[in-house]
Design a protein around this ligand. Structure first.
Ligand code: HEM
Length: 328
């Protein structure tokens, strides 16, 4: 099954935290020296992600999967794209014949009606991780597809009459401290309003949305530091017990996001793949520790607060500075 180690990204390496578009042309502009082509990343953490997704949907699927005005034409285009890309990027473990998506890791095959957005038939068979989804009953085609990939999915739409953009679908089971129900149906500006320092980026929203639909595909990265090694940080979850104050136990939480535009259908697919790297493994050179310290120093107090780092900033910087001086 998926045996590749998760890709390690160092999005903090320029030593500056910015709230900006940071869009790379997928397959054209290299990411940390490597050219990437994939939308979906499958690796040996697959069972861990699928277990976390299954647990989140058992807790409250309606808090994670929500729709608003998703036009059937855009839905069909997005579903077809997701199924095709997931099969392609899985290296043969997932298959898609235009109707049925099979998954030899999870032991299920779903026949989809793309026009109606429906999951018509679900067949289960023995497979290494079948137990992870044995209780999962996908509600429709998008829900089923999302339960085959490690990424979270959203669909952005633009009203052809008014030109207003809005989030038409959110299937996000592993959010970083935001609630999909606060975002569904809203435009770029409203979705990003809580992000500290997002004013200048929001001012360019029409340009960004146009780029997402018409030029792309794009890939971009988000990063933060967290004491939690959990993937799901839905704000409705109870506080996580037993989190350490020791920066040596902290993680870099990075998100690799892709944007694929469907201009003819007035929308775009947005994917989020979360990566969690223990800091003490990730920062294996003094330069990396120094870069992360520099990046944290460029966060404003409001950004530190937004990132949940106000309280741990001093201890974190102290720890990073020591590592930067003496080496890993
Ligand atoms: C051109 C496309 C986009 C750009 C440039 C962009 C940019 C950003 C940036 C810079 C942040 C702050 C990240 C941080 O440092 O914590 C952010 C946060 C966020 N973005 Fe986007 N984004 C884009 C599209 C989307 C889409 C399509 C969604 C749909 C779900 C989305 C949902 C969010 C959410 C939920 C947050 C966190 C907001 C919160 O904490 O309430 N973004 N985005």
């Amino acid at each position: 099954m998926f045996s590749a180690a998760p890709t390690v990204y160092h999005p903090y390496l320029n030593g500056v935290y910015t709230v900006s578009a940071g869009l790379y042309r997928l397959g054209v502009q290299p990411i940390e020296g490597r050219l990437e082509h994939h939308t979906f990343a499958f690796d040996r953490t697959y069972p861990h992600y699928m277990a976390a997704k299954a647990a989140a949907r058992t807790r409250a699927l309606h808090e994670s999967y929500t729709l608003a005005g998703l036009h059937p034409g855009l839905r069909e285009r997005a579903l077809d794209f997701i199924a095709h890309a997931a099969a392609h990027d899985s290296g043969g473990i997932l298959t898609w014949d235009g109707q049925t998506l099979g998954n030899d890791a999870l032991g299920w095959a779903g026949t989809l009606d793309l026009r109606r957005g429906a999951l018509e038939n679900l067949r289960r068979f023995p497979a290494p991780y079948a137990r992870l989804v044995s209780e999962v009953m996908p509600t429709d085609a998008l829900d089923f597809l999302a339960m085959n990939v490690q990424e979270d999915l959203s669909i952005l739409a633009v009203d052809a009459q008014t030109g207003t953009d809005f989030l038409a679908a959110i299937h996000v089971l592993l959010p970083e401290r935001w609630n999909p129900l606060d975002k569904i149906g809203r435009d770029f500006a409203a979705v990003h309003a809580p992000v500290a320092g997002s004013g200048p980026m929001i001012a360019t929203a029409p340009k960004l949305v146009k780029a997402a639909l018409e030029h792309g595909p794009f890939v971009r990265f988000v990063w933060g530091v967290t004491p939690s090694g959990k993937l799901d940080h839905h704000p409705n979850l109870p506080p996580e017990p037993g989190l350490s104050d020791d920066p040596a136990q902290f993680f870099l939480r990075a998100e690799r996001q892709t944007l694929h535009g469907f201009a003819a259908q007035h929308g775009a697919l947005f994917t989020i793949r979360t990566y969690l790297y223990p800091l003490c493994e990730l920062l294996d050179t003094p330069a990396r520790s120094a870069a992360l310290a520099a990046g944290l120093r460029t966060m404003t107090p409001a950004q530190l607060e937004y990132k949940g780092l106000s309280r741990s900033r001093a201890a974190l910087l102290d720890w990073l500075d020591r590592r930067a001086r003496v080496g890993a």
